[in-house]
Design a protein around this ligand. Structure first.
Ligand code: ATP
Ligand code: PRP
Ligand code: NIO
Ligand code: MG
Length: 559
């Protein structure tokens, strides 16, 4: 379902390829964007210059931060925004017959050359109400962009945040593998989850298409089916295995494994800890090792982890060790993962001592099975020996929160600021074409994001500035920033010759995401009752918001 669309748009001297998913075209929008576009056109209003902000209102997962993702795919859409004749015929069929032909000629010539896009860098930590994207352009085309842009950013940012939160609980030293493709919301859900979980701090994915399309490292083990498909060691026909350095060969690796299982069973320190292990499991492990002697990893919970899986794994790993190969480790996919990982580690350490195999005690332990933030946290509290987690369902489906709730609101038309009022204050939009800045404090942490009017002077390092809560009069603070970072940069200058930002490779976005999250004050990041990060407006913008609010809100009449 996914293939790369032919590159056709020149951007900053380079070509911007089409969206990763070819379904992302100008038709991937809501019908009402076309009906509004027609009404704008009919009223000769379609070329009026509009400014829209794309933002969200509340951080997901009960947290106080969000990872911004999806920008590159937005720019790919914008750079390649063009209706085909088939598209236009379909739109004509879908709109009422009374729509005039001129509108379809207008659509035929439409592209995003008059649109400008300002955005925060992809992979940044972002906060409610601060625009992630500002779209400026003729109102009709900006309106058509609403749905696809919100769509491209919503899930991307949600799942990247979910990944970052899993990383935060797991800790820096653990390896995090995304295993969610089979459980994701369809092919695009799966592919997007793989891409943005990597961006949010995962190390690898099992999704081969994502590995190919995005260069994400691929990792994987094997399934229970592989283990249970074997009945006995007699099924293994080719039993020979060359040593790692190629200098010798073991003619009967199956017997070598058998010798080792007997040695382990009768060793001083392990005697009595297990009886007869499952032979078909041993056959499966042996066969897998013959196929992958340099990267042998076994799923050990098909029959019984401590009585069968672990001893069988060790027998194969020791037989490989005789030939100069180092086994990678095991995967646990059921049971008490804290307990079983600790017991497995003890077993490996005992083997290391008993048979004098240096490093055997450090054998890799991967855990999987319905893991999520809570189970990772529980494992940490109990103490465990897991080195690597394979996480699927809860991660990629964003089980704990279904959507981020991004919105796209008109903030200015023909240089006139606009506001959207609501009974619910958190839903009142912040009018005007704005600039936003992140102000850093003495200890190097970001302190506050501040929005100002477009033409206000920018905050200056060392200069005190009043930061006001946009809607709560009593909440304000002076800040003397030690560093000022302007957040919105130009990513799509339309046909103007403004300087434009690069679209960095996914790996670089991931690195900067990890760095940024590490730079946040720890109390914003903690899972339980995190401190909200402050989002503010300048004194001037505050006054203007409230002036416009009063102007637009009708005065009630009591009877
Ligand atoms: N030590 C632990 N502390 C907290 N949660 C754990 C621990 N170990 C495993 N879990 C979680 O407990 C759940 C156990 O799942 P479930 O009840 O389906 O049992 P199972 O081990 O998969 O059993 P089965 O053998 O039937 O597959 C999973 O979500 C797993 O991540
Ligand atoms: O548990 P998740 O976080 O979704 O991670 C992926 C799961 O997918 C695989 O098996 P599958 O779930 O298909 O079968 P199982 O439940 O019998 O292990 C794997 O063994 C994991 O359990
Ligand atoms: O490689 C694995 O172990 C894997 C991949 C997908 C889902 N579950 C496990
Ligand atoms: Mg499962």
């Amino acid at each position: 379902m996914v293939e790369k669309v032919k590159a056709n748009c020149n951007y900053s001297g380079r070509v911007v390829e089409g969206p990763t998913n070819p379904i992302v075209t100008p038709l991937l929008t809501d019908l009402y964007q076309f009906t509004m576009a027609y009404a704008y056109w009919k009223a000769n209003k379609h070329q009026e210059r509009a400014v829209f902000d794309l933002y969200f209102r509340k951080n997901p997962f009960g947290g106080e931060y969000t990872v911004f993702a999806g920008l590159e795919e937005c720019i790919r859409l914008i750079a390649n925004f063009k209706f085909t004749e088939d598209d236009i015929s379909f739109i004509r069929e879908s709109l009422p017959g009374s729509c005039e032909d001129g509108f379809f000629d207008y659509l035929r010539g439409l592209d995003c050359s008059e649109v400008e896009v300002y955005a925060i860098a992809e992979g940044s930590a972002v906060f409610p109400k601060v625009p992630l994207l500002r779209i400026e352009g003729p109102i009709a085309v900006a309106q058509l962009l609403e749905t696809p842009l919100v769509n491209l950013i919503n899930f991307a940012s949600l799942v990247a945040t979910n990944a970052a939160r899993h990383r935060f609980v797991a800790g820096k030293s653990k390896s995090l593998l995304e295993f969610g493709l089979r459980r994701a919301q369809g092919p695009d859900g799966g592919l997007s989850a793989s891409k943005y979980c990597y961006l949010g701090g995962f190390d690898a994915t099992s999704n081969v298409a994502a590995g190919r399309l995005f260069g994400i490292p691929l990792r994987g083990t094997h399934s229970h089916a592989f283990v249970s498909s074997y009945m006995s060691p007699d099924e293994i026909i080719d039993k020979s295995l060359q040593s790692a350095d190629g200098s010798s060969s073991c003619e009967d690796f199956v017997s070598s494994v058998q010798t080792w299982i007997n040695k382990i069973q009768w060793s001083n320190s392990l005697r009595g800890s297990f009886g007869e292990t499952n032979h078909s499991e041993l056959a499966a492990f042996t066969s897998y090792a013959l196929a992958f002697p340099r990267s042998f990893l076994a799923l050990v919970d098909t029959y019984d982890v401590m009585r069968s899986g672990i001893p069988n794994f060790c027998a194969v790993a020791l037989a490989l060790n005789d030939l100069g190969y180092k086994a990678v480790g095991i995967r646990l996919d059921s049971g008490d993962l804290a307990y079983l990982s600790c017991e497995s580690r003890k077993f490996f350490s005992t083997i290391e001592k008993e048979f004098g195999v240096p490093g055997f005690g450090k054998m890799g332990i991967t855990a999987s099975n319905d893991l999520n933030e809570e189970t990772l946290d529980a494992l940490n509290k109990q103490g465990h020996e897991v080195d690597s987690y394979g996480i699927g369902t809860y991660l990629v489906t964003c089980y704990a929160q279904a959507a981020l709730g991004c919105v796209f609101k008109l903030v200015e038309i023909n240089n006139q600021p606009r506001i959207k009022l609501s009974e619910d204050v958190s839903k009142v939009s912040i009018p005007c074409k704005k600039r936003s800045y992140r102000l850093y404090g003495r200890e190097g942490y970001p302190l506050v994001d501040i929005m100002t009017g477009e033409n206000e002077p920018s905050p200056k390092v060392g200069e005190r500035i009043l930061c006001r809560h946009p809607f709560n009069e009593s909440k304000r603070a002076y800040v003397v920033p030690q560093q000022v970072e302007e957040l919105l940069k130009c990513y799509w200058p339309g046909s103007s010759d403004k300087p434009r930002e690069d679209l960095p490779p996914l790996k670089d976005i991931r690195d900067s995401c990890i760095k940024q999250l590490e730079r946040m004050r720890p109390d914003h990041m903690r899972r339980l009752n995190p401190t909200p990060y402050k989002v503010s407006v300048s004194a001037k913008l505050y006054d203007f918001i409230h002036f416009l609010w009063l102007n637009e809100a009708p005065v009630g009449e009591l009877q």
